[in-house]
Design a protein around this ligand. Structure first.
Ligand code: SOE
Length: 383
């Protein structure tokens, strides 16, 4: 039987937004979704104009109305993509889950740990997919790196080093209202209490956890705001302790002059190390103890998890949009399975879940607590 494309709706992502357009491209790349409905902006005029521009048939001025109306239609949306500022992630996701609609949500999951925990509970009870778009775990070589760790190729993990450096907030670009991206990301009422920490620190945290399969049990951290007058952190540095005895360091900064999107991970075990640089995602370094470094390349590594996330033959670069599209592809595979009442295909299971999102919020919560206590060590409680 011919597979039907899943119907997707979008909340947020109107004109001037960055990540909404990325989600739209990613959703369409593998021909599994069609975008049919949207509440693209809280400003009704902008919502309408944005929907026309994006070719979206059903435009709503209000996301609550959209959830109700779409749930009532025979041809209503299967899933909603939430690409609003952070403070709306949980309220919007709640409305769509209550309406029985699958959710694909941008990170971070919510603006507080308790809000995220309640959302996770709801998602589980409704038996709907909840995918969180931690883009960088969609790269084939990040998935291969995870496989190498899982298969013991690195030995016992000792050291985890992860960093995420950008420079686009090195100056007070949020003042004056022209830079909408900077505006909401530096406003605690819209972004939540974590600035750089929530925006990119969570990506660094998730990448390290995804590849190593380990979550720290304690951390000490410092948040800092370099740009005078800014109301939120623009830099974070943390030391991590793992239950296994491994040690880690994480830093993220949006004032690192000259840095574009420098997300980098290094992991060292007793037998070998690995290094991944998001700006060169078609290569992964594997460095055996005492041996020559090996540069592994996308579409030449043999793990099925990497093959599943690869589209074009070796030597043709894939990048950010394909990694993002991978999350949509995995979401579609899981939604199809849920709709058919069967188990999701195993290759789709590396998709970031609502529980991963809750763990990201535990990390944020612990950093906020530690930093407020001048860098005291804080245990990260997990049930
Ligand atoms: C801005 O800092 C931003 O667009 C983040 O919001 C994304 O999550 C990150 O992937 C790239 O940078």
């Amino acid at each position: 039987m011919q597979r039907r494309r899943l119907r997707l709706g979008m909340v947020g992502g109107g004109q001037g937004a960055f990540i909404g357009a990325v989600h739209r491209i990613a959703a369409r790349l593998d021909d599994r979704f069609e975008l049919v409905a949207g509440a693209l902006s809280s400003d009704p005029g902008r919502a309408r104009a944005s929907a026309v521009e994006a070719g979206i048939a059903r435009s709503y001025a209000d996301w609550r109305e959209m959830a109700r109306a779409e749930a009532a239609r025979d041809d209503g949306i299967d899933a909603v993509a939430i690409v609003t500022p952070n403070h709306l992630h949980a309220p919007v996701a709640t409305a769509f889950l209550e309406a029985g609609i699958h959710v694909i949500c941008d990170k971070p999951l919510a603006v507080s740990l308790s809000e995220g925990e309640a959302l996770a509970q709801l998602a589980h009870s409704k038996k709907r997919l909840f995918a969180l778009t931690h883009t960088y775990s969609g790269y084939p070589l990040v998935r291969h790196a995870r496989e190498l760790v899982e298969h013991g190729e690195l030995g016992e993990i000792r050291v985890v080093q992860v960093e995420y450096a950008q420079d686009w907030l090195a100056e007070p670009v949020e003042t004056g209202g022209a830079n909408r991206q900077a505006g909401w990301r530096t406003d605690p009422a819209l972004a939540g209490p974590a600035g750089c920490l929530g925006d990119i620190g969570t990506h660094a945290y998730q990448l390290a956890a995804f590849v190593t399969g380990m979550m720290p049990r304690a951390l000490c951290a410092e948040l800092h705001t370099f740009v005078p007058g800014r109301r939120i952190d623009d830099h974070v540095q943390a030391m991590l302790r793992y239950a296994s005895g491994a040690r880690g360091m994480l830093w993220a900064s949006q004032v690192a002059s000259g840095a574009e999107n420098a997300l980098r991970l290094r992991v060292y075990g007793t037998k070998a190390g690995l290094a991944f640089d998001q700006e060169e995602p078609n290569a992964l370094w594997f460095t055996p103890l005492g041996g020559a470094a090996e540069r592994l390349t996308r579409a030449r590594v043999t793990s099925p998890v990497a093959a599943h996330a690869t589209r074009v033959p070796a030597g043709h670069p894939e990048g950010y949009l394909e990694a993002f599209a991978q999350l949509y592809k995995d979401a579609a595979l899981q939604i199809d399975a849920l709709n058919d009442g069967r188990a999701p295909p195993p290759e789709s299971l590396l998709l970031t879940t609502v529980d991963d999102g809750v763990d990201g919020l535990r990390f944020i919560d612990a950093v906020l607590k530690s930093s407020a206590a001048d860098g005291r060590w804080v245990e990260i409680a997990r049930a």
